[in-house]
Design a binder for this molecule. Sequence first.
Ligand code: B12
Ligand code: SF4
Length: 658
Amino acid sequence: MASVINVGLVQINNSFSNQNYLPLSVGMLQAYAQSHLKRPESYRFLLPIYKRIAPDNAVDSLLEADIVFFSVYVWNIRISLEIARRLKTQKPEVIVAFGGPQVPDRDDTFLRTNSFIDIACHGEGERVGAAILEHYTSRNWTQIPSLSFLTDDGELVRTPSSTRTKDLSLFPSPYVEGIFEPLMRANPYEQWIALWETNRGCPFSCTFCDWGSAIASKVYAFDLERLYQEVEWFAKHRIEFVFCCDANFGILPRDIDIVQFVAETKKRVAYPKALSVQATKNATERAYQAQKILADAGLNKGIDIALQSIDPLTLKSIKRDNISTETYQELQRRFSRDNIETYTDLIIGLPNETYDSFADAVSTIVSNGQHNRIQFNNLSILPNAEMGDPEYQRKYGMITIESRTINIHGALSESERDIYEMQMLVVGTKSMPKPDWVRTRAFSWMAALLHFDKILQIPFVIVHDICRVSYRQLIEIFSESVRDPYPVLSSVRSFLLERARDIQNGGPEYCLSKHWLPIWWPTDEYVLIRLCFEDCLECFYIEAENILQEYLDRSSLSMPSKLLHESVELNRMLLKRPFQKENAECIVSFNVWEYYQAAIRGSRIPLQSKPTVYHIDRTTHRWESWDDWCREVIWYGNKKGAYLYGSEPVERQLSGHF
Ligand code: B12
Ligand code: SF4
């Protein structure tokens, strides 16, 4: 038996735009173990494996380990299993322990199928991890809570679950304790993102969420002094982006002090540059204040309004009926008024949701002021969420498929690796049968393309406002009823339907482009790039204006003469495109731009008939290659919806008119 026990750590995270997350979970385990083990000097922690590398390389660096902790999530489970399998083949005496949210709580076959795993750990890991290390020599795991393992006779043992730790000050901070310093020194060119817990727990229990279902409980807080030290650590180590893990930021009154401290630190030393928090659900005022402080300090990267659904029946079946949707709507109104960008999350395929309830929700959310972005996520099932229970799935008639996990805007090279992760997607339910799921998916992409990618947002807002046509109706004109003689629009519609059917049959969620960057694009962005690249935008606008005009005529709705044409025309000229050599002038007979701007901010100004010339600055920011335009406009503009000239602060001079 080795005199020093070498502990391997594996927490594989995805890299985002060449940045990597510091592996917080295994860092927490190490920090706790080092401060609580009876003989800490008997253990040596190897540098963690923190990103996707070839499994054989990972195995090579783990060969000196006596025991390895794998921290597993939906995004790393298959590669982690493969590394563990190969390691155990090469070094049968190594102890392999798996922990983290992707260790299934209710699947007894997990350990039998993956016989190279010695111990599966469920739930909070600090005390359990240290206890495993303490018992490394005896290999007697029976007294350690929250574990599963197979005995020599092949019997599955599940030890009783431990209660959660209330006093989180027992867990030292891996940041403050210097746990990550050796890793950072060994990888000096890495750009690190920090994960930051200010509290643990969530009082809600949404059925699709691993966290809620697993914990649904009281919120326990880390002490403020430690948090402030962590912020100082982030600043000292020039961490640009901090991602807060809390489920409900703003739930505790002190959260205001926390963001203020981060804002002051940024002001003092310029770091961290961004802090992303997920707002609490039922405390509007504090959630607003916290986000406002972040926004004013330039720490915000867009505020997530995590609605998921607004259908009362759906909210009940996913146990979110105790979360006030009014809070969200109110937050959104206030942020729009303050000119702070938000984006709203909706999930496609939740129980009891129908095509109609979903399309109406989109309509309501947009008319309540969300013109920036709705993120339409496909529902995926997590093993430990309540929804992971086959009985729950049966109840709501959920149809699932296994689909390869692909990261939005993920690089092609990433996806070509031999081991990829899989997810379980819901592609139909009792209330949304498969054809309706396809319709809903296509509707969502159409909404994203026309409204949120801003190709037709100006006419949409104006027609909605003046003729009282709902946003659902406006989107459906394109997603439901386009046919000849509109070749461009029909081909867009067919493409979206085809893509939705492809996903339903197990195809990828995103569109692969070998030409543009090359990365995996969200379908709406892919269509926009194609329209531009294939020189179809001019035809698109002619067809769009005609089809809108036909709809108004058919519905006996009228707009002031030329207003529809001018709003389509202004929108067309404002859309950011590559290779622009000259500024442009758009001559109109109404105050279209001001009217549109006021409407999207939730205030109203009268529509005035007055000859106006808008000068459009298309040359201050130019994109001289398809790649630059795809990256800077289409990709980076995604969350902020910055697809129009003048939609960024530097370009505010846009509408100097006379
Ligand atoms: C930060 C975060 C992210 C980051 C990525 C973080 C990273 N490491 O790369 C971002 C924002 C990118 C992200 C994205 C997603 N996330 Co996320 N995310 C989180 C979040 C908020 C915090 C994770 C964290 O660091 N927590 C703090 C650490 C200390 O806690 P922990 O990870 O649970 O670890 C403890 C225990 O699990 C245990 N433990 C862990 N490993 C081990 C190992 C051993 C040996 C032992 C003994 C114990 C142990 O001990 C630890 C300390 O107590 C969690 C929710 C939450 N608050 O936990 C969701 C969560 C992890 N995410 C989740 C999901 C589903 C996603 C997405 C798939 C969402 C989506 N549909 O797009 C994407 C996928 C991203 C991708 N493709 O890479 C799920 C994961 C469920 C699962 N089964 O894996 C979670 C739990 C939230 C949820 N809704 O249920 N996420
Ligand atoms: S989705 Fe958010 S609010 Fe709901 S249980 Fe999960 S963490 Fe809590």
